[in-house]
Design a protein around this ligand. Structure first.
Ligand SMILES: NC(=O)c1ccc[n+]([C@@H]2O[C@H](COP(=O)([O-])OP(=O)(O)OC[C@H]3O[C@@H](n4cnc5c(N)ncnc54)[C@H](O)[C@@H]3O)[C@@H](O)[C@H]2O)c1
Length: 331
């Protein structure tokens, strides 16, 4: 039997929501063997999480990929890069595209180029994992109502998803031109601990607690495929361990639900947990829809199931309850 590989790991964006959960997942579950794990995070507004680990095997660098990735890859002989770093909020991308192109495409390309050149120079057998999103496929109706899979053509509908799509295109060009060893993962909407309150679920909880109105775009009928963040992390680990270089793997939560429905679910969990006298659902207020708002996302993760043995384990109701309790305790 082949012994498990021991990596020198670089995680970018490890102080953001998913990157931080991924670091915790590795440390708490011994999910990967490593000599060192380096977290490189620019400390943007969504970098709200910290890892408190007293070990020489974990290093944190505050800085941008374009500035620090070369020295980190070189000095730590990094051979596994998991790139979470990005600007991620669709609304912000609609207000201004510069940060999205600059972080998600240009800096991501600098990261890849640094890895490519150093791996070549040092003859390192590396692996680059690009954390992408199902939003690159657009809305289900753009795809003839066929759930997204690894052969679905990209149809990004907003500057955020376009920048993530562009990053994938750059990566594909590296795979083809330089045989750059990489895997892409496309995941649906994540929920769980440590997400910035600009995003739907923490925003609902926060507004419930502050008795503020809960703004819902349009009529709230947009449907999202929600996945518990640990299931996503497990998918990334299984792609690293069992995935085929050059492939994409899709991860989804098996549960598509409208924004209005999930809002009501969260409100009722908050009602229960806080012994509310009146339902928080009354705080819901419908507001003008987001420009170019995708109607529905739906992921077909058959390849991940067959090739990686992966499937989402956390049922939405259970995961939401855990999540709401975490935010309430934090408050
Ligand atoms: N949140 C989701 O539902 C979801 C779903 C699928 C895929 N993704 C992808 O997962 C990744 C992480 O998403 P998230 O929700 O955790 O985002 P997030 O906004 O919570 O975290 C992103 C982190 O990246 C850091 N960062 C940004 N630009 C950087 C740069 N140039 N150099 C170094 N660090 C930088 C930020 O400081 C932040 O800590 C993103 O690439 C996103 O596209 C997210």
């Amino acid at each position: 039997m082949e012994s498990e590989r021991i990596y020198n790991i670089l995680v970018t964006g490890g102080s953001g929501f998913i990157g931080w959960n991924f670091l915790n997942y590795i440390f708490n579950n011994n999910a990967l063997k490593y000599n060192v794990v380096v977290n490189l995070d620019a400390g943007d507004y969504s970098a709200i999480n910290r890892i408190n680990l007293n070990t020489e095997k974990y290093k944190f660098y505050s800085g941008r990929m374009k500035d620090l990735s070369e020295s980190i890859i070189e000095n730590y002989n990094i051979d596994l890069i998991i790139n979470f770093a990005a600007h991620t909020h669709v609304d912000n991308s609609i207000k201004g595209v510069y940060d999205f192109v600059s972080n998600n495409v240009l800096e991501m390309s600098v990261l890849m180029e640094n890895a490519r050149l150093i791996w070549k120079k040092k003859n390192i057998k590396g692996l680059f994992v690009q954390i992408s999103t199902d939003e690159v496929f657009g809305s289900l109706e753009d795809q003839g109502f066929i759930p997204f899979n690894e052969y679905t053509l990209h149809h990004p509908n907003n500057p955020y998803s376009a920048s993530k799509s562009a990053a994938e295109v750059m990566l594909r060009s590296f795979m083809h031109t330089y045989n750059f060893p990489s895997i892409i993962t496309n995941c649906s909407n994540n929920y769980g601990f440590g997400q910035h309150n600009e995003k739907l679920i923490p925003k609902i909880i926060e507004n419930c607690l502050n008795k503020k109105t809960i703004p819902i775009y349009g009529d709230g009928s947009q449907c999202r495929d929600w996945i518990y963040v640990d299931d996503h992390c497990e998918g990334i680990i299984s792609a690293i361990k069992k995935g085929k270089i050059g492939n994409s793997y899709l991860f989804g939560g098996d549960k598509t639900i409208s924004n209005l429905e999930i809002t009501k679910k969260i409100c009722s969990i908050v009602d229960k947990e806080t012994n509310a006298l009146s339902p928080h659902e009354s705080l819901i207020e419908f507001v003008t829809d987001r420009l170019g708002h995708d109607k529905t996302y739906l992921v077909d993760y058959t390849r991940s199931f067959i090739d990686l043995g992966w499937f989402p384990k956390t049922k939405l109701d259970f995961g939401l309850e855990k999540t709401v309790k975490w935010y309430l305790n934090k408050e």
